[in-house]
Design a protein around this ligand. Structure first.
Ligand SMILES: [Fe+2]
Ligand SMILES: [Fe+2]
Length: 337
């Protein structure tokens, strides 16, 4: 029985052939074994020699093996939720992210499992199913944290089974590419601020690195998938990808509204990744500094993985462009001398 079935969601029933990872051995409770698993999840080199051209069998094998070899068997049930002093607890409870975070993980696990179930290629199907399983585990981590600190959640709408699994997977994958990029920077900002207990930062660190693995898998799935399409199907796929970016941009510039349980329209918390810097530290941070931090954290988190694998490139490229455009303003804002 998979112990992570907090609410009955079972990837194994949705994706043919998928077996949840085995329950970690008791030895994992020992600090050294945990540390070794943590190191393994951050560093990976393919034993295959030579290039890994997107779409090739070698590329597919390296992508899927990376995802399995870097799996971290931590168990949410044994995670430590440190005692918080009242101001810290109040700060955490008031972060406007908990509803959307829990719901996003719920949507991600469903959409990833739905798309994985449509794949005929068994290695890629299994890797995407494991990703769905890890989203399920993220949901469990969040649910346990929310319960430990008494965070009140809005009733969670049940996400619908996607009618178009490829579209839903693309939306989820590119959303993760955007959100993870900014979350890396915000997480580091929170860590440096000292406003959150080190034990809590440590608990979420593997979850952050897992999101890095997820977008690494997504970037390589996308490269593998598009390289195998015929000209016309590729054209259709690129049009879909452009439509997904347009949809996500529309969602993130705040046009999307949601209706809460009381029936009142409220802004979605999707923009937290862009506007939440003030909530995780007590000093002002200038936008160029925040963007530069996101960029360097993104590079640091990806640095341990085989350089022949593809990386998500759109958000880092746009950020570099934004930093170039912001440079004159940054200079003007500096004190003389
Ligand atoms: Fe997640
Ligand atoms: Fe993820």
């Amino acid at each position: 029985m998979d112990e992570h079935l907090v609410d009955g969601f079972d990837v194994g029933r949705l994706v043919p052939g998928f077996r949840p990872p085995p329950h970690p051995s008791a030895g994992l409770a020992d600090g050294r074994a945990l540390q070794a698993a943590d190191q393994r999840m951050r560093h990976w080199q393919s034993p295959l020699a030579g290039p890994l051209p997107p779409g090739s069998k070698q590329h597919r094998m390296a992508t899927c093996r990376m995802f399995h070899d870097t799996f971290n068997p931590y168990r949410p049930a044994v995670l430590d939720w440190p005692e918080l002093d009242p101001p810290t607890r109040a700060r955490i409870v008031s972060l406007p992210i908990w509803d959307i975070a829990v719901q996003t993980e719920g949507k991600a696990r469903l959409r990833m499992a739905a798309y994985a179930g449509t794949l005929a290629e068994p290695d890629m199907r299994d890797a995407l199913a494991l990703n769905a399983w890890e989203e399920q585990r993220h949901k469990e981590v969040l649910s346990r944290m929310v319960a430990a600190y008494g965070i009140a959640l809005a009733p969670e709408p049940q996400p619908a089974w996607p009618l178009d699994p490829e579209w839903a997977y693309l939306v989820t994958g590119y959303s993760e590419c955007i959100d993870s990029f900014f979350a890396f920077g915000l997480f580091e900002l929170a860590r440096r601020s000292g406003l959150f207990p080190q034990a809590l930062v440590d608990t979420f660190e593997p979850v952050m690195q897992e999101e890095c693995r997820h977008i690494l898998l997504f970037a390589n799935w996308a490269a593998w998938h598009r390289a195998r399409l015929s000209f016309w199907r590729r054209l259709r796929f690129e049009a879909r990808v452009a439509a997904v970016w347009a949809y996500l941009a529309w969602e993130r510039i705040g046009l999307a509204r949601t209706v809460d349980a009381g029936g009142a329209a409220r802004e979605q918390d999707n923009n937290f990744t862009l506007s939440g810097a003030q909530s995780v530290q007590d000093k002002d941070i200038r936008l160029p500094d925040l963007l530069a931090l996101c960029l360097s954290e993104n590079e640091r988190r990806f640095a341990g993985y085989d350089a022949r694998l593809q990386r998500p490139t759109t958000v880092p490229r746009l950020t570099r462009l934004a930093l170039r455009l912001l440079r004159p303003f940054a200079r003007r804002g500096k004190p003389p001398g």
